[in-house]
Design a protein around this ligand. Structure first.
Ligand SMILES: Cc1cc2nc3c(=O)[nH]c(=O)nc-3n(C[C@H](O)[C@H](O)[C@H](O)COP(=O)(O)O)c2cc1C
Length: 370
C-alpha cells in the first residue's frame, strides 16, 4: 500500500490517510454565517469520498473580518449547534474535520460587515474602501477573537483548528512587508511581523489546551513587489512551530499576485503541478513539524513522489475534490488516473450568485452525456 494511505497522527488526531481537503469557501452558509443543510451535505459527501482530513472554508472569527457572501461564521456561540451538525456528519463517516479560522482584514467587505475594513497599515488604493490602521486595542481584540473562535470550534466537536495566515488575508497581511508598514512591535523585521500570530497561538492554547490540534496555513511567498519572501516565511514558520503549532500548510500568493495567485489556472503537465514544492523543500530543511502541501496537485504519482521523498507529509487539494469528492477512494481502489479537474476555477462562478460551488465543466459534460 502506498505511503499516502498510512495511518498517522497530528497532536493526537488520528488520520486514515495523508490526503487533506484544503479550506474551500463553498458559498453555502446562511446570510449570518450559520451552517446550512446544503453545506452539511457537501461536507458529508467529501467525507464519504475518503479524504482523511477536511478543513472547512474560512470561517470569520469576527463580523468585521467577513470577506464574502455566504461565508461560514464562527464569531458567536449561537453558531455552535449548526457547526456541530457538520462535525457529526463527518464523524459518523469515520472522518476528521478542522475549522479554518479567519479574518480578512483589508479585504473585508463593509457592505456585509457594516464596519470599515481594518488592517496592519492604512494602505489606500487596493480596494475601493477606506482602510483603518489597527490600534493596539484592535490587535488585542482580534487575538482574543481567534481564541474564542477556537473554543467554539472545540465545543462544536471539530478535531482541531487551522489559522488562516495565507492569501493576503489579515494574518498574511501582518507577515507581509507590503501590507504591514508598522513601526511598533507588530511591524518591522519578520520576528515582529509574526508577533500577532504568536499571541494568537497563545490565546488559542489558553482556551483549547495543549492537546488540541492547532494548524496554520501560511504563505511561502506573496509574489508581489515588496511582499513576503521565502527566507522570511521559513523564519516565521520556524517560530510558529517552536511555539506549539502542530502542522503547517504551505501556500502562496494573494489576490494581487496575477498569474501567481494561490489558485492558479491551466495546470496541464506534471511539471505545472505542486507549484509550491520548492518552498516545501526549504521548510522541511528547517522545520520539524508536519508539512502539508497545497497548490495544483492533480496526479497520484506527483502526490506519491512528494510524500515518499519527504518533501511534505500531507497532500492537500481543493478544486479536484469539488469535481470528484470521491477522488481519494478512487485512487485507493486502484484507479489512479489523474484528477479530472481542469483547473479553470469556474467553480467560483455559481458560488458568486448564491448557488454554491460546483464543477461547471462536470455539469456541462453530464448534460451533453459525455
Ligand atoms: C472555490 C474556492 C474557494 C477557496 N476558499 C479558500 C478558503 O476559504 N481558505 C483558504 O485558505 N483557501 C481557499 N481556497 C484555496 C484552496 O484552499 C487552495 O489553496 C487552492 O485552490 C490551490 O489548491 P488546488 O490547486 O488543489 O485547488 C479556495 C479555492 C477555491 C477554488
Amino acid at each position: 500500500m502506498s505511503k499516502l494511505f498510512d495511518h498517522t497522527k497530528i497532536n493526537g488526531m488520528a488520520l486514515k490517510n495523508r490526503f487533506v481537503r484544503s479550506a474551500t469557501w463553498e458559498g453555502m452558509a446562511a446570510d449570518d454565517g450559520a451552517c446550512t443543510p446544503r453545506l452539511v451535505d457537501t461536507i458529508a459527501r467529501l467525507s464519504e469520498g475518503g479524504v482523511g482530513l477536511i478543513i472547512t472554508g474560512h470561517a470569520y472569527v469576527k463580523k468585521q473580518g467577513q470577506a464574502g457572501e455566504w461565508q461560514l461564521g464562527i464569531y458567536e456561540d449561537s453558531l455552535i449547534p449548526g457547526l456541530r451538525e457538520m462535525t457529526d456528519a463527518v464523524h459518523q463517516r469515520g472522518g476528521r474535520i478542522i475549522a479554518q479560522l479567519a479574518h480578512s482584514g483589508l479585504f473585508a467587505d463593509p457592505s456585509l460587515t457594516g464596519y470599515p475594513p481594518m488592517a496592519p497599515s492604512a494602505i489606500s488604493g487596493i480596494t475601493q474602501h477606506a482602510v483603518q490602521e489597527m490600534t493596539l486595542s484592535d490587535i488585542e481584540n482580534v487575538v482574543q477573537s481567534f481564541g474564542l473562535a477556537a473554543q467554539r470550534a472545540q465545543k462544536a466537536d471539530f478535531d482541531g483548528v487551522q489559522l488562516h495566515a495565507a492569501h493576503g488575508y489579515l494574518l498574511s497581511q501582518f507577515l507581509s512587508p507590503f501590507f504591514n508598514r508598522r513601526s511598533d512591535r507588530y511591524g518591522g523585521n519578520v520576528e515582529n511581523r509574526a508577533n500577532i500570530h504568536l499571541e494568537i497561538i497563545d490565546s488559542v492554547r489558553s482556551y483549547v489546551g495543549k492537546n488540541y490540534p492547532v494548524l496554520m496555513k501560511m504563505n511561502t511567498r506573496d509574489f508581489i513587489e515588496g511582499g513576503l519572501e521565502l527566507e522570511n516565511a521559513v523564519k516565521a514558520g520556524k517560530l510558529f512551530a517552536q511555539n506549539s503549532l502542530d502542522a503547517i500548510e504551505l501556500s502562496g500568493g494573494t489576490g494581487l499576485s496575477g498569474k501567481l495567485s494561490p489558485i492558479r489556472t491551466g495546470i496541464r503537465k506534471k511539471a505545472d503541478e505542486a507549484y509550491f514544492e520548492d518552498a516545501a523543500v526549504l521548510f522541511k530543511e528547517h522545520i520539524d513539524s508536519p508539512i502539508i502541501l497545497v497548490g495544483g496537485i492533480r496526479s497520484f504519482e506527483v502526490a506519491e513522489r512528494i510524500v515518499n521523498s519527504g518533501i511534505a507529509d500531507y497532500i492537500s487539494m481543493s478544486r479536484p475534490l469539488i469535481r470528484e469528492p470521491d477522488l481519494v477512494n478512487r485512487w485507493k481502489s486502484g484507479n489512479r488516473s489523474k484528477a479530472a479537474c481542469l483547473s479553470d476555477s469556474r467553480c467560483f462562478v455559481p458560488a458568486r450568485t448564491g448557488k454554491g460551488i460546483y464543477c461547471v465543466m462536470e455539469e456541462r459534460e453530464r448534460k451533453k452525456g459525455i
